[in-house]
Design a protein around this ligand. Structure first.
Ligand code: BGC
Length: 880
């Protein structure tokens, strides 16, 4: 028996494989075992529905996103695959647990159904009702396989015989609907009865037609009518295949959801829900016939999702329930989240309970000003069930820690109200801890801000009238995000929209999907650079080379766009957001920080041009490679002529500008780099170790300090608690990352700025530094195939660790120090190797293969832990 097993067989970036759009999906797997051998060859075995088997043997070491070795799948085709591998020590594993892969509807002609639209009166200035829709069908025999394919213009929820068809929320999610609309595939085999069956649907505005954006927002962004597209296909035991396009027989009527808006909340009157409407036999003769909307092929491309769905992923019980202002009960869940309340209430028919949400309290009251024009109030009118009734909204989502229940009938217990945490159901992959409880809470806050904002797409915030896919925010946060969760599918999906919405001249909207709600259309540096940087981060961290291939045109166009904006080799004018939210910027003008906006723009131009050149090289496009390298070099030279003085100093010497120059490698002369490093450490010290950076400088300042040899300065900055700093919000009780360094002022009042969220991940980008440098776990080659473990312990922390489920398996770097003794325990998964640099002056690189290893050294002079002399003992590879 082999001591190795093949585990975690996966397809593309999805944890499940029901309804994939890719007919030749890529496969990945991990090899687990206690030896250090790696894969020499693999076999993929595919079993078709007719039990025929095909096996492909490939003599290659790759195990991540390998090509589909068989003929492309047909629409609806389901196969099972399993994998076994032969290792370099000659052993062969047994077959892995098998994975069923089922293709979706791959061709537009597979859709027999048409969009159907309920024509409920739709005003334009208030949240609109959701329609109830229903149809019936018969099955004359026992069903052995049934699939429901569904999507909507709007947000839909569906039931079959009264049972929800799945646990997905906010379907079909938000994409650039003019280009791409995702459909969902549900296995409803168990829900169909022999005889008459009913399908029920509820359909609300959602992103399609609901209000989106700030300054009052914009309605009807994608169309004036919501519509449902649903196709049920089933096979019965006697071999009959039925396709129920569910078009003509649908009926609709107004229902209990009187109003539903993502920002506004949901108004539900339970008295208006017709009893049994979603069951067979209901008399819908008084209901209306929906009208047909144009065939799906004439609208956006229909695609199965490449990302996991949004789900309720956790349920929080109240930490406290207390009386609040007259008529209200306040509930504190102890954690700022994105999600909804679930209530259980008993009272008289017609009694209405209102649910208010807020992230923080101010002067003892719910702070709702930061929500701006997103009231976030749900309202439930009881049907009067003496047994009590349970409710949660379906079409809204809020960012909150506190809720106030207004007009609650009778007493309320802990079980009567819960907070449902919702986000894209990504697998957690990364963890960090250290000897500093405040730093650990900061990290936890980053995790929660990612959870609050990875709701189908990467948004800025979950609570106010935005929740938009701001490009700059994810550009800076992507490295941290890809460590914490497997978000490759979500980002992959979003990048497709970015490319779809990019104009032919390369302009990238500042948020994607774009809504024309008054924000300048011109692209800004660091925001539009998401076009190059996010694909690059995905490539580096997940090993997905196809993402580069697919995004290449978008990446190159963005750089061409920048080059066309340049005047004399540099960008010198035009709209820029600069080092957004630098603490020195006026609170009502966050782009006006101390760092020259065009310096930022030009630094990013160099970085993006280099990324495109490198991508062209990887893709074998040598002409492009030369062209973009030349552009990068010319811009770099122009940058130096413009911004570096003859004494080798940056003309606009700020923490952000120097951090850019150092981390983007923009200074050529070693003396200039040394000088810049000293100035950076000096500026940080002069600033009392308070943060002096915005969106651009914050993710890189600690790296720049470490590159300059100022490790202890980086730690002082990271561990500073006075405002502005990363830990200040933690000392103020924050449970998420705030948008502003001082979203809450030290006296507990809220920053008067009109833009003050308490759940914005951008400043949490520093988590990447915590993983890569504090704990010391970083990718050294594609998808962590080679791992670099090089912790920089500094003087203050006693221990730190990072644990990551890489595409190959779990890797870990865990160090501790006692006086002068430094111990590093590492774990390297099979299929990878690691280069390890202990914190010694010599920076010797040790190479180790898969297994657990312990390395020790002595920090002989702990007072100067930046440059300790270090003696290294390596235990044998693979020792426990
Ligand atoms: C968003 C930010 C965004 C910025 C750019 C804000 O309103 O919340 O995170 O990047 O605008 O203008």
């Amino acid at each position: 028996m082999s001591q190795y097993i093949v585990a975690r067989l996966r397809v593309e970036h999805r944890p499940d494989a029901l309804g994939i759009q890719n007919a030749s999906p890529r496969l990945s797997w991990c090899i687990e075992g206690d030896g250090a051998a790696s894969q020499r060859a693999y076999e993929v075995r595919m079993t078709r529905a007719d039990s025929s088997i095909e096996v492909a043997r490939i003599e290659r070491p790759e195990q991540i996103l390998v090509r589909w070795p068989f003929a492309a799948l047909n629409s609806r085709e389901a196969v099972t695959v399993d994998v076994r591998v032969e290792l370099t020590d000659g052993t062969v594993t047994s077959w892995s647990p098998s994975l069923t892969i089922e293709a979706g509807l791959l061709d537009a002609s597979d859709w027999k159904a048409q969009f159907i639209s309920p024509s409920l009166t739709a005003g334009h200035d208030a949240p609109r009702p959701a329609a109830l829709m229903r149809t019936e069908f018969r099955s004359d025999d026992h069903v052995i396989k049934a699939r429901l394919y569904a999507t909507a213009h709007g947000i839909y929820s569906m039931t079959l015989n009264g049972v929800p068809v799945g646990d997905q929320e906010l379907t079909p999610g938000w994409t650039s609907y003019g280009h791409r609309l995702r459909y969902q595939v549900y296995d409803v085999t168990q829900l169909i009865a022999v005889g008459d069956n009913a399908i029920g649907a509820q359909l609300a505005d959602g992103w399609y037609r609901g209000r989106l954006g700030f300054h009052g927002g914009v309605w009807d962004n994608y169309g004036t009518h919501v519509a449902l597209l649903a196709q049920l296909e089933f096979e019965t035991a006697d071999g009959t295949r039925s396709v129920v396009p569910i078009t003509e027989r649908w009926r609709f009527a107004p229902g209990p959801v009187l109003a539903a808006g993502l920002y506004d909340g949901e108004t539900f009157d339970a008295r208006l829900e017709p009893s049994g409407w979603d069951r067979a036999g209901f008399d819908d003769s008084g209901w209306q016939v929906p009208h047909l909307v144009e065939a799906p092929s004439q609208t956006a491309r229909l695609e199965a999702s490449v990302s996991p769905p949004v789900r309720v992923v956790e349920v929080l019980a109240p930490v406290t329930i207390q009386p609040a202002s007259p008529g209200r009960v306040r509930v504190d869940f102890g954690q700022n989240i994105a999600g909804r309340l679930a209530i259980r209430v008993r009272g008289e028919a017609g009694h209405t309970v209102r649910l208010h949400h807020a992230e923080v309290l101010e002067h003892g009251e719910l702070a709702v000003r930061p929500l701006r024009t997103a009231p976030s109030v749900d309202s439930y009118t009881l049907r009067g069930d003496p047994q009590g009734e349970s409710w949660t909204p379906t079409f809204s989502i809020h960012g909150f820690r506190y809720a106030e229940l207004e007009n609650w009938p009778g007493t309320i217990g802990r079980d009567d109200v819960q907070a449902l945490v919702m986000h894209t159901d990504m697998e957690r992959t990364g963890w960090f801890d250290s000897s500093s409880p405040l730093l650990d809470r900061l990290h936890e806050n980053v995790v929660w801000s990612m959870r609050g904002n990875f709701v189908d797409l990467p948004t800025d915030c979950p609570q106010r009238d935005e929740r938009l896919g701001w490009t700059g925010d994810i550009q800076v946060f992507a490295p941290a995000a890809t460590f914490l969760y497997d978000c490759a599918g979500l980002l992959d999906n979003w990048l497709q929209d970015l490319a779809a919405e990019q104009s032919a001249d390369g302009h990238v909207p500042n948020f994607v999907p774009w809504i024309a709600c008054g924000f300048p259309v011109e692209s800004s540096a660091a925001w539009g650079d998401a076009a190059t940087i996010v694909p690059w981060v995905l490539y580096e961290r997940t090993g997905d080379a196809e993402v580069l291939q697919r995004q290449y045109i978008s990446m190159a166009r963005w750089v061409d766009h920048l080059a066309a904006m340049a005047d004399g080799g540099l960008i010198r004018s035009g709209f820029q957001l600069g080092d957004w939210l630098d603490p020195a910027a006026p609170s009502d003008s966050p782009a006006d920080g101390v760092t020259d906006k065009y310096l930022v723009a030009n630094a990013y131009l160099v970085r993006s041009a280099r990324i495109v050149a490198e991508t062209a090289r990887i893709l074998g496009n040598l002409n492009d490679e030369a062209r973009y390298r030349e552009l990068a070099t010319q811009t770099e030279n122009a940058f130096r002529s413009e911004y570096v003085t003859s004494e080798g100093r940056l003309s606009n010497e700020t923490v952000t500008s120097i951090s850019l120059a150092l981390t983007f490698d923009l200074l050529q002369v070693p003396a200039d780099r040394a000088h810049a490093g000293e100035r950076l450490a000096g500026l940080v010290a002069e600033g009392g170790y308070r943060v002096q950076t915005g969106f651009v400088g914050t993710p890189i300042v600690c790296d720049a300090l470490v590159a300059a040899g100022a490790v202890d300065t980086a730690y002082r900055l990271l561990l500073e608690e006075a405002c502005p700093s990363w830990l200040y919000p933690v000392t103020m009780g924050a449970t998420t990352i705030w948008e502003r360094w001082d979203s809450m002022l030290p006296d507990g009042s809220i920053n008067p700025g009109e833009m003050t969220s308490f759940n914005h991940y951008a400043f949490g980008a520093v988590a990447d530094f915590m993983h890569r440098v504090v704990a010391g776990l970083a990718p050294a080659s594609l998808g962590y195939r080679t791992i670099r473990i090089a912790p920089k312990p500094g003087k203050v922390l006693r221990h730190a660790s990072a644990r990551l489920r890489t595409p190959y398996g779990v890797a870990e770097s865990r160090w501790k120090r006692r006086d002068n003794d430094f111990t590093l325990d590492i774990l390297i998964p099979i299929g990878t190797s690691a280069e390890i640099v202990l914190p010694d002056a010599g920076a010797t690189v040790h190479h180790l293969e898969a297994g657990s290893h312990r390395l020790t050294c002595s920090l002989q002079d702990s007072a100067s832990a930046n440059r300790p002399t270090c003696s290294t003992e390596l235990t044998a590879p693979n020792s426990p």
